[in-house]
Design a protein around this ligand. Structure first.
Ligand SMILES: Nc1ncnc2c1ncn2[C@@H]1O[C@H](COP(=O)(O)OP(=O)(O)O)[C@@H](O)[C@H]1O
Ligand SMILES: [Mg+2]
Length: 230
């Protein structure tokens, strides 16, 4: 645990669209890092690169992936049609620990139950994903990511669709995970969330515009740039 992530001169694009260009960044281990930036600035792309689901076209990324990376994607990217329940979705977070054939142990079940309760999902355990509201589905995906107990946890817009109570709860859970040595990186427009993080990265024009504490980053001009939502 406690390993930092190094991004060194990374370039990435989709076909014609250049998204990141010469991106260099040091993400502290065992801390919370918020990636902020306008819509389309490449936040989700950066998380995919950190997760190893996308590969840099230039440069390199040194991330501690050997013990697993938990990645909660934006819930708009998850199919409604999957015929699985909330409890099954969260248990999927244990699959890496389980291997292909082993049945969930008492410990796996305890971890899943813990996160279901923490995210206020007890009454929804048997509900199918497709029948949930956006916020309920988001909390299910967060429970799945947290249940992985990975040293690196990547969260794409973790508080979108959540009410104020849930946002506050999720912020506290994230801070607690970092205190236990995990490295958390969240792409977020939620200034309330980012304000509780250790470190912020402002993305724009394919590269890093600024890094520093939330107080240093959330200046008026930076906010105007970061929050020009599409
Ligand atoms: N799979 C894809 N294929 C083509 N273009 C993409 C794809 N994913 C993202 N893009 C484009 O890359 C840019 C960055 O997108 P993204 O990383 O999702 O930004 P953000 O998460 O900050 O909104 C946008 O212009 C987006 O349209
Ligand atoms: Mg995104």
């Amino acid at each position: 645990m406690n390993d930092a992530i190094h991004v060194d001169g990374v370039g990435f694009g989709y076909n014609e669209t250049r998204v990141l260009d010469g991106l260099t960044l040091h993400i502290p281990g065992g801390a919370t890092t918020a990636v902020v930036g306008a819509n389309g600035s490449g936040k989700s792309t950066l998380l995919g690169l950190l997760a190893g689901t996308l590969f840099p076209q230039q440069g390199s990324i040194d991330a501690p992936r050997a013990d697993g990376v938990a990645f909660a994607v934006q819930h708009s990217q998850v199919s409604d049609a999957l015929p699985i329940t909330v409890a099954e979705t969260v248990m999927m977070g244990r699959w890496r620990a389980l291997g292909l054939w082993r049945r969930p142990s008492r410990e796996d079940r305890a971890i899943v139950d813990y996160w279901i309760t923490e995210l206020g999902l007890d009454d929804l355990r048997r509900r199918r994903l497709g029948t949930l509201s956006g916020g309920q589905r988001q909390r299910t995906l967060l429970a799945q990511a947290f249940a992985q107990e990975s040293p690196v946890v990547l969260l794409d817009e973790p508080t979108v669709g959540l009410d104020a109570d849930s946002r506050d709860r999720v912020a506290r859970q994230i801070v607690r995970l970092a205190a236990s040595g995990r490295t958390i990186v969240a792409a977020t427009h939620d200034v309330g969330l980012a304000g509780r993080f250790d470190f912020c990265v402002l993305l724009g024009a394919g590269s890093v515009l600024a890094t520093g504490s939330p107080e240093a980053i959330f200046t008026e001009p930076n906010l105007a740039a970061a929050l020009s939502l599409g």
